[in-house]
Design a protein around this ligand. Structure first.
Ligand SMILES: Cc1cc2nc3c(=O)[nH]c(=O)nc-3n(C[C@H](O)[C@H](O)[C@H](O)COP(=O)(O)OP(=O)(O)OC[C@H]3O[C@@H](n4cnc5c(N)ncnc54)[C@H](O)[C@@H]3O)c2cc1C
Length: 458
């Protein structure tokens, strides 16, 4: 083929960016269009990672370098499956890689989960990370709060709830979030996990930094530190799990610290019911569990009622289907064989379509894990290309898709546009001695990242 291989990557989170980078580095001339539905790139790094994790946001710097490359073109503010169909895209590309990630919350099916103060963690994350698709106001009148789920997202929201608004003011949080958190009455956060220390899904560093704030004391009941043979084996098999256990043991054994806000981590407590009074959350009932000696747990029948006025359900994120692409409703992923999209679970390959990142293997793992995902997927794509298994598109020239988008009157946000938006957010932050202050409203973002009115340019 005398022209570059044309690939559309859908989703500019870490998975889509790493996939694009691997394609550019391949022994093959490529030209990539990276589609993104939001007016800004970076997926959950912008709209998931907690604002007080600037260390992680630093990964953006390396992803920035990837997107600076000429062979990658960002086409944002375009939702594939809504603004442009997958069938339409096929006319312009040899291959399409879906890296659409996850934004929704997995359900927790217990009575009371639909009460007004029972929140999906993702909703709260959407609020504090300034995602325009989520609410601008948050009810923070609860003094005692339950967080269900012993993973990193549970830690993030517990930390954000337990820190003071002023501690978070140094970060990139928008004004409405600062003002909301300023009114927060939260003084106790109770995290609940069904299983024990050796099964908790935290990562060691995130668990350790939970009480780095002067205002927070983390408390674990020594009764909750329990291991059976299977748990000991889990510790031996994973250094990271062992570190999690050590940190939890440390929290259980140390002297009390006099901090105004407490985060309790309760293990072996399975949520049973969220209690209601006058239409509002009035408590949480949990049932004590015990290790069964085989790596599992069993209920003991002993129930406890916790006095809380709000419940946050951090039991996992959930991916949404993309119109026109097969979806496995059970696993909430695009069915795939490690890279190729399949026409159903255990089905046949759909030629030219690929999946990577959270939409490929479900919403678990850190940003770094999406790198190995991309390696596997892009490996398969390049193999198909070399073997001549990709169909020739009708309009492979890069201008054809831009003309198509223009005709459809889509206000495309670009990489140059992101630079403008980035500069504007940094300037807003600088006025207050902060690195950045995020813009929240869609129209405010697109005013920078979208098409510019030439008549207004100086
Ligand atoms: C609350 C939270 C906190 C986290 N904190 C950390 C952390 O501190 N450290 C860490 O290493 N990892 C963290 N993670 C995990 C990390 O965010 C994920 O591993 C990573 O973002 C997954 O990458 P992805 O590209 O598959 O998905 P995403 O990051 O979700 O990116 C998908 C992108 O696709 C876009 N998209 C979706 N559908 C369409 C469509 N139809 N058309 C066009 N674009 C579309 C989305 O807008 C998004 O930009 C966190 C995750 C969450 C949920």
């Amino acid at each position: 083929m005398s022209r570059p291989l044309r690939v559309a990557v859908i989703g500019s989170g870490p998975a889509g960016i790493y996939a694009s980078d691997l394609l550019v580095k391949a022994d093959q001339e490529v030209s990539i269009d990276l589609f993104e539905k939001m007016p800004a790139p970076f997926g959950l790094i912008r709209y998931g990672v907690a604002p007080d994790h600037p260390r992680i946001k630093g990964i953006v710097k390396s992803l920035h370098r990837v997107l600076e490359q000429d062979d990658i073109r960002l086409l944002a503010n375009i939702e594939i499956g809504r603004d442009v169909t997958v069938e339409e895209l096929r006319d312009f590309y040899d291959a399409i890689v879906f890296a659409t990630g996850a934004t929704g919350d997995r359900n927790l099916n217990i009575p009371g989960a639909d009460l007004p103060e029972s929140y999906g963690a993702g909703q709260f994350v959407g609020f504090y990370d300034g995602n325009p698709n989520f609410t601008r106001d948050w009810n923070l009148t609860a003094n005692k709060i339950a967080v269900i789920g012993v993973g990193n997202v549970g830690l993030d929201i517990s930390r954000v709830l337990a820190k003071t608004a002023d501690e978070l003011h140094t970060t990139e949080i928008p004004d409405n979030v600062y003002e909301g958190l300023h009114e927060s009455a939260a003084s106790e956060v109770h995290i609940f996990g069904r299983r024990g220390p050796a099964q908790a899904k935290f990562t060691p560093m995130e668990l350790k930094e939970l009480d780095h704030s002067e205002n927070i004391e983390v408390i674990v009941d020594p009764e909750d530190i329990d291991y059976d043979e299977a748990s000991e084996e889990a510790r031996r098999a994973s250094k990271s799990q062992d570190l999690v256990c050590q940190t939890l043991e440390g929290y259980a054994m140390r002297e009390p610290k006099d901090a105004p806000h407490k985060i309790y981590i309760h293990l072996f407590e399975a949520p049973v019911e969220i209690l209601e009074k006058d239409g509002h959350v009035s408590g949480l009932v949990t049932e004590r569990q015990e290790l069964d000696g085989e790596g599992g747990i069993r209920p003991t029948g002993k129930q406890t009622t916790w006095d809380v006025q709000a419940v946050y359900r951090a039991v996992g994120y959930r991916s949404d289907p993309v119109n026109g692409v097969p979806f496995d409703e059970k696993k909430n992923v695009i069915p795939n064989d490690g890279g190729h999209v399949l026409d159903g679970p255990e089905g046949e390959q759909v030629a030219g379509l690929y999946a990577t990142g959270w939409i490929k293997r479900g919403p678990v793992g850190l940003i770094g894990n999406t790198k190995s995902d991309a390696k596997e997927t892009i490996g398969m794509l390049l193999e198909d290309y070399d073997a001549g298994r990709l169909a020739e598109p009708a309009h492979p020239e890069p201008e054809a898709i831009t003309k198509f988008l223009e005709d459809r009157k889509i206000a495309v946000a670009t990489w140059e546009g992101w630079h403008r938006l980035d500069a504007a957010e940094r300037a807003r932050g600088e006025e207050e001695g902060r690195e950045r202050k995020k813009l929240v409203e869609w129209e405010d973002m697109i005013a920078y990242s979208g098409p510019q009115d030439p008549s207004k340019e100086s």
